[in-house]
Design a binder for this molecule. Structure first.
Ligand code: AMP
Ligand code: GLY
Length: 419
């Protein structure tokens, strides 16, 4: 079987790496891929951008690719699945209407509210003054969100009414015309990534990520500075509730709208101090860096799971098999990230880090053989698996010491909640 993975981040490297472990997968392609996917055996990077649907479709047809797996949300929201399906290509990832679960927060909130799913209460506004009046009435803390995709920059958790009101102005000045204002939920966040064929839902191991740049979860939000799985906060009882009270009703609600959602349904949940799960947001794709922590623990061949979703027979599959142990992924970033940063720094020590007990997923790297160069804000995601979290954390940080590039930054406290 031949698989094409669309994207160029750590998530796509992890997906390709896992797919290549399946006995059925003989060859992978990654478009555009990164330095890590360029170095994988039986994997080839292609030159097409994630939104170059025509060339991707052409390549798939010419090379008899069996399955396309779409990593990032942007091509999904732009209809890559709809486009490829017109050529009878098998695609893992929702169609454009399904991807609205992530690309339109107001659409997703309405779908969930109508289905009786627990979410943060809120309202949608097109008028700044109306939004501000609502904020004054509700008080702080309060959360302001751009309705559509904003590459992680569209959410402001405001501690004061003034901060919330200036966030409304800033988002509107940036060009976001639709804004969601919602109640600020307290508790611990957990990421539940579920696979679905539009009827059946199977959750992967629960994960938690660290969104803030600084030690102790401080400073600006990033795409994610590290992640770990399985997150102990998601007890079997909690997961059962997430399955029956959140994920299954969501898939039913989608189906009632005529949407046969095939792909990942990623629920970003807040577990409230009372122990209740509430949806903060849905994503229409695998989480990054959660995927780099979850996939190393997956024993069931990934291609079988993804194909079962695409072919609408997930219910027939036996329960997912997982390896014992805990996985921790630490992200190495470029100096300046999540602000501006330089690229093109030489990376060394990856082979040594892998010998010390890790798998190094590339997030923003470029191979200019024989040199490996930094090519993004998040550069690497280094994952170790241990018998428990303490063991995994100890190993991963000893591996981090082997890796070097000018301006390298990583947090030293990934997994602090589970030590
Ligand atoms: P999102 O882009 O929707 O994932 O939001 C980014 C982050 O903002 C989340 O991971 C939370 O940390 C925070 N957040 C979003 N919505 C809320 C909410 N209603 N209450 C508290 N925090 C939130
Ligand atoms: N780790 C957060 C995300 O993938 O959106």
């Amino acid at each position: 079987m031949k698989v094409l993975v669309v994207g160029n981040g750590g998530r796509e490297h992890a997906l390709t790496w896992k797919l290549l472990q399946s006995p059925q997968v003989e060859q992978c392609f990654c478009t555009p891929g990164n330095g890590g996917t360029a170095l994988l055996e039986r994997c080839e990077n292609l030159p097409y951008a994630v939104d170059d649907f025509a060339n991707i479709a052409e390549f798939v047809k010419e090379h008899s690719i069996d399955l396309v797996v779409v990593g990032p949300e942007v091509p999904l929201a732009n209809g890559i699945t709809d486009y490829l399906q017109r050529y009878n290509i098998k695609v893992f990832g929702p169609t454009k209407v399904g991807a609205q679960i992530e690309s339109s927060k107001s659409w997703a909130k309405k779908l969930m509210a109508d289905a009786g799913i627990a979410i943060a209460k809120g309202e949608t506004f097109t008028d700044a003054n109306a939004a501000k009046a609502y904020i004054t009435q509700q008080g702080a803390p309060i959360v302001i969100k751009a309705d559509n995709l904003a590459a992680g920059k569209g959410v402001i958790v405001a501690q004061t009414v003034e901060e919330a009101q200036s966030a409304v102005d800033e988002l509107m000045e940036t060009g976001f015309s639709l804004i969601v204002v919602e109640e600020c939920l307290q508790g611990q966040e957990v990421s539940i990534l579920a696979l679905t064929d539009g009827k059946t839902v199977r959750t992967l191991l629960p994960a938690q990520d660290h969104k803030r740049i600084g030690q102790g979860d401080t400073g600006p939000n990033t795409g994610g500075m590290g992640a770990y799985a399985p997150a102990p906060i998601a007890t079997p009882e909690l997961l059962e509730r997430v399955q029956t009270e959140i994920l299954e009703p969501t898939v039913s609600a989608l189906r009632q709208q005529g949407i046969n959602y095939c792909g990942v349904l990623y629920a970003g949940l807040m577990v409230t101090p009372e122990g209740d799960p509430k949806v903060l947001e849905y994503n229409c794709r695998f989480g990054d860096p959660e995927t780099q922590a979850v996939l190393p623990l997956l024993e069931t061949p990934l291609d079988e799971l993804l194909m079962a979703c695409v072919e609408g027979r997930l219910a027939e599959l036996p329960p997912l098999q997982w390896y014992d142990g805990s996985a921790v992924c630490v992200v190495a970033a470029s100096e300046g990230y999540p602000g501006s940063y330089e690229k093109g720094k030489v990376i060394t020590g990856i082979t040594e880090a892998e010998k010390l007990g890790s798998t190094v997923f590339h997030a923003g790297t470029k191979l200019e053989s024989p040199r490996l160069l930094t090519d993004g804000g998040r550069v690497l995601g280094v994952t170790s698996v241990g018998k428990d979290f303490n063991a995994a954390i100890e190993t991963v940080y000893s591996c981090m010491k082997a890796i070097n590039f000018p301006g390298q930054y990583y947090r030293g406290d990934i997994g602090h909640r589970v030590r």
